[in-house]
Design a protein around this ligand. Structure first.
Ligand code: URP
Ligand code: ZN
Ligand code: ZN
Length: 498
């Protein structure tokens, strides 16, 4: 039976414009967007009246860690619970991270992650692959991942010394490889060497509680790594995506790099927009531990939202990596043992709406850009995802900007027993959520289908430094002096001349 849905009388919002239109969906694809007078809808089609509601492209969360083994613990939202929570909140695509163990084949890890996700995911999903260690074989496998498995993005860790951290030379080699493959480079940007020293010093001094976490990795420790990542990527002429800038300082560094012509994109998180540590009771602090930290200053959430509004930052993710209270409590006597990560995949859309649109800092088009379209463009899922248009997947969010909802662990769809946004009231409620044409949320009920989601191949972008958001290539060549003559060369070629 064909799956057909007709949505009438809504206000469509895309990243570039908003207009009144009807939307007709057939077999998971949007077939028509336009005035009612221009479409004849077949009989017997399910019709939804969206009067007074907004019709948005489903959210894309470019940063989740479902079922992640980290510090001897496994995060409790698996690919079923995690994607169900995503859909409940209006997110219809997630991008998770394949993180190989040290020495493990990237292709093996990719297969393992696919086996955890396929059959469980309730919405479509893609992967980034972590370069959690570096070698010739890793470099070789990257090519296979790009060419045969639809991977276009590789993440490097500048933190987690002794676990995932790469040094600058390794990063430069990896960046040059990503450039050869026309991929996107991603970083977890914190200075892991500084953090390792600070952790030791703090523990020695008897600072064992959760307050030690932020003390070991303050804002400048993040911003230094963000700046270094920008420079390393610029040297290698690779587009850079800075995962999770959680501080004002980092957002400023990214904005400055962008304005001076670097191809860099910045993400911040629902947790950093929705919370600050100021006011969190000491006994509760360990449940909020994530890296980089949710910052102390009360003004940080609003500053990050302004950075999103002014295009210093381009995307919002969740870094959803949830642990139960008992798991977090394993670090009661040593903050460095607290498994890192918090929730966010379910509440991200509401939080960005509340702190952005409802607070008067964003218009609805910018909301769509930073919750969906920009991620689709950067990771090459656009316009299949991230747009309400004929031919796009029918991932549709019918959004009620006037309703409110209260966030609570009692009603959330996560597997975890804690919610960092507990008690927060947000304007912006997902009235209905369609995943490839399938109605998954209505009347406050969530009815997902386990395994309905598909793996999305994300082909690599066009060559050179590709500015996915501006639709152009840049920085292809520059004039350099070679033996007294000016020549057009790119920096990589220049290095080969001796
Ligand atoms: O602190 C977090 N979010 N843990 C998950 C791993 C990572 O750094 O992304
Ligand atoms: Zn990280
Ligand atoms: Zn992460």
């Amino acid at each position: 039976a064909q799956n057909r849905v007709y949505i009438k009388n809504g206000q469509v919002v895309n990243h570039d414009r908003t207009f009144k239109a009807d939307v007709y969906i057939e077999d998971g694809i949007i077939k028509f967007v336009g005035p009612a007078s221009d479409i004849t809808v077949p009989g017997g089609v399910r019709t939804i009246d969206a009067s007074g509601k907004l019709i948005l492209p489903g959210g894309i969360d470019p940063h989740t860690h479902f079922q992640l083994k980290f510090g001897g613990q496994v995060s409790v939202d698996d690919f079923y619970k995690g994607t169900r929570a995503a859909v409940a909140g209006g997110t219809t695509t997630i991008i998770d991270f394949v993180l190989p163990n040290k020495g493990e084949s990237l292709l093996d890890a990719y297969d393992t992650w696919r086996s955890w996700a396929d059959g469980k995911v309730c919405c479509d999903y893609a992967f980034h692959v972590g370069l959690t260690w570096w070698s010739k074989s890793v470099s070789n496998e990257m090519k296979t991942l790009c060419e045969e498995h639809g991977i276009n993005s590789f993440k490097m860790f500048m933190a987690y010394k002794g676990l995932y951290q790469l040094n600058d030379t390794e990063m430069l080699e990896a960046l040059e490889r990503i450039k050869e493959l026309n991929g996107v480079a991603m970083v977890h940007a914190e200075n892991g060497d500084i953090i390792a020293r600070n952790v030791n010093k703090l523990l020695k001094a008897g600072v064992t509680g959760p307050e030690g976490h932020e003390l070991s990795r303050q804002e400048e420790v993040e911003a230094e790594a963000v700046n270094r990542a920008c420079v390393l990527a610029h040297q290698s002429k690779v587009p850079l995506y800075v995962s999770k800038a959680t501080s004002k300082l980092s957002a400023e560094v990214i904005g400055r790099a962008k304005r001076s012509g670097y191809c860099v994109f910045g993400e911040t998180l629902a947790s950093s927009i929705g919370k600050c540590m100021n006011g969190v009771k000491k006994s509760q602090q360990l449940y909020y531990i994530t890296s980089p930290p949710i910052r102390e200053p009360a003004e940080t959430p609003r500053q990050l939202m302004k950075s999103l509004a002014y295009d210093d930052l381009q995307t919002t993710g969740s870094d959803n990596c949830t642990f139960n209270c008992s798991q977090k409590e394993s670090g009661l006597n040593d903050f460095s043992k607290i498994p890192n990560g918090v929730n966010g995949v379910e509440d991200r859309m509401s939080i960005v709406w509340e702190k952005g649109v409802h607070a008067g800092l964003l218009d609805p088009c910018r909301f769509v850009a930073i919750t969906s379209t920009n991620a689709a463009k950067i990771f090459n899922l656009y316009p299949q995802k991230g747009r309400i248009a004929a031919g796009s997947d029918a991932d549709v969010l019918i959004w009620d900007p006037n309703q409110t909802r209260k966030i609570s662990k009692e009603t959330h769809h996560h597997a975890c027993d804690f919610n960092i946004f507990e008690g927060m009231v947000c304007h912006g409620v997902p009235e209905m959520v369609l995943v490839r044409g399938r109605v998954c949320v209505e009347n406050g009920q969530v009815r997902v289908a386990e395994g309905f989601g598909r793996f999305l191949e994300t082909p690599v972008n066009p060559p050179f430094v590709y500015d996915a958001l501006n639709g152009k290539t840049n920085g292809e060549e520059e004039e350099v002096a070679v033996n007294g003559n000016m020549k057009k060369l790119n920096i990589n070629e220049q290095l080969e001349i001796e």
